[in-house]
Design a protein around this ligand. Structure first.
Ligand code: GDP
Ligand code: MG
Length: 437
């Protein structure tokens, strides 16, 4: 399944193995495949992986620390922004605020009208009125009444007329007279886009000028959803999209395609048949869902937060100039300690992961190291090479450790400096050059 595929793709990058042009390309190919499998339009998926690749090339600092994690983060951020960045609410500024539902038959308009009314009613300051404008099927009017009763919201309907424009206008007047501050208009849909439906919804739209026109779409329809969205948007220039039937393991890639094609925010999702099954749409959560990599992402984010980018940049300069000293080392230890679980996170210090994974990492181990460094003079910290036998003795005494322990730390420090220099000078840049090619 999708999740496994992406795990495989990211495993290549997360691993300790070397990043090469081949496995970066492989990973992006897997990502693209996963997106297409999740119903994302092929061209959009292709553009997407190209954008991620370009961004990866543009960022050189963190990339050399842990290229794989940077890639995961880039993919997720890009997906999130593709789906609209932040969550967008609905406009409820009118009095009453009029919300018009549009979409094909069976997309979930009636159900969502009820869910939204219930959602707003629970906010206490809103008193919604539901309006039945699906005049062709008596059963549709009954359905909305059943929903209204279920959630305790009044339903306005008129079985005497087949004119949805009149019904919606009368309903708004009724709302004004009776203190309803939100009017939710449920309309008729057809099985496919046709002129009659488009003319009708367009007429209602023109006559009542709603604050919000919402396009309701069944997320299980995959690619078709995109074409339908485009047809409705051309006529209505709607304000937002509602993705229904996103229950369980529905793939949800349509969200990405719709957003790319019509450039309108997805505002809510429906996740079941019950009135409570409504959620505000959060692009970031959807990105997690599509990528199925929640745990990886949180780990990356933790590292990202704690590992201040600016620090990394400074550090990189120092390493390049051969100025990495014990003060920086101390700094790194403090960074690691901030992150919490040492054993999990030690690998995030540049170069330190391999050096330190063999020694038992606990707070005590750090205590010794810190004590030794604190006993060094500023000069010794900046230029460890001057630490001769007599200095070692003094440092050992001052820190309550032995000369052997001081030696051990100096040895580790030297190895680490060498490795960091190698990583900075070689690996990172080389990878980026290869990706450009
Ligand atoms: P309409 O024709 O656009 O008004 O669509 P309906 O609201 O009548 O919904 C069509 C069918 O989809 C009904 O059987 C609903 O119960 C079902 N439905 C609507 N929204 C959801 C949802 O989010 N999840 C699931 N599983 N079913 C839904
Ligand atoms: Mg309906």
């Amino acid at each position: 399944n999708l999740s496994d595929k992406l795990d495989k793709a990211f495993h290549i990058l997360k691993g300790h193995g070397q990043i090469t042009e081949v496995n970066v390309a492989e990973t992006l190919k897997e990502v693209r495949r996963a997106l297409v499998d999740a119903d994302v339009n092929y061209k959009i998926a292709k553009d997407f992986t190209k954008t991620v690749k370009d961004k990866a090339i543009g960022q050189d600092v963190l990339s050399s620390l842990k290229p794989g994690e940077l890639m995961v983060k880039l993919v997720k951020d890009e997906l999130t922004s593709l789906m609209g960045g932040d969550a967008k609410g609905i406009n409820l500024s009118g009095n009453p605020s009029v919300i018009l539902m549009s979409g094909l038959q069976g997309s979930g308009k009636t159900t969502f009208s009820g869910k939204l009314a219930n959602f707003l009613k629970n906010k206490k300051t809103k008193k919604p009125l539901l309006v039945a404008c699906d005049v062709y099927r008596p059963a549709a009017i009954d359905q909305l009444h059943v929903v209204g009763e279920q959630i305790g919201v009044e339903v306005y309907s008129n079985r005497e007329t087949k004119d949805p424009v009149k019904i919606s206008q009368d309903a708004i007047a009724h709302a004004k007279e009776n203190g309803f501050n939100v009017v939710i208009i449920d309309t008729a849909g057809r099985l496919a886009v046709d002129e009659a439906m488009m003319t009708e919804i367009s007429n209602i739209h023109k006559a009542i000028q709603p604050q919000e026109t919402l396009f309701v779409v069944d997320s299980m329809t995959g690619q078709d959803a995109v074409n339908t969205a485009k047809a409705f948007n051309d006529i209505l220039n709607f304000d937002g999209v509602i993705l229904t039937k996103l229950d369980g393991d529905t793939r949800g890639g349509a969200a990405i395609s719709i957003k790319s094609v019509v450039d309108k925010p997805i505002k809510f999702i429906g996740t079941g048949e019950k009135m409570e099954a409504i959620d505000v749409f959060y692009p970031e959560r959807m990105a997690d869902r599509i990528l199925g990599m929640g745990d990886v992402v949180s780990l990356v984010e933790r590292a990202q937060e704690q590992y201040d980018e600016e620090e990394a940049r400074k550090l990189q300069k120092k390493i390049a100039k051969n100025q990495f000293g014990f003060d920086d080392f101390l700094n790194q230890i403090q960074q690691v300690k901030k992150m919490g679980n040492m054993k999990d996170l030690i690998g995030m210090i540049p170069g330190a992961g391999k050096m330190m994974k063999d020694i038992d990492i606990d707070d005590d181990a750090f205590k010794h190291i810190e004590a030794i460094i604190h006993s060094m003079t500023p000069e010794e910290r900046a230029k460890p090479s001057i630490i001769n036998a007599s200095r070692k003795k003094r440092i050992g005494k001052g820190s309550g450790t032995s000369v052997t322990q001081v030696n051990q730390l100096l040895k580790q420090f030297n190895q680490m400096s060498k490795m960091m220099k190698m990583m900075q000078g070689g690996g990172g840049k080389k990878m980026m050059q290869m990706m450009k090619g």
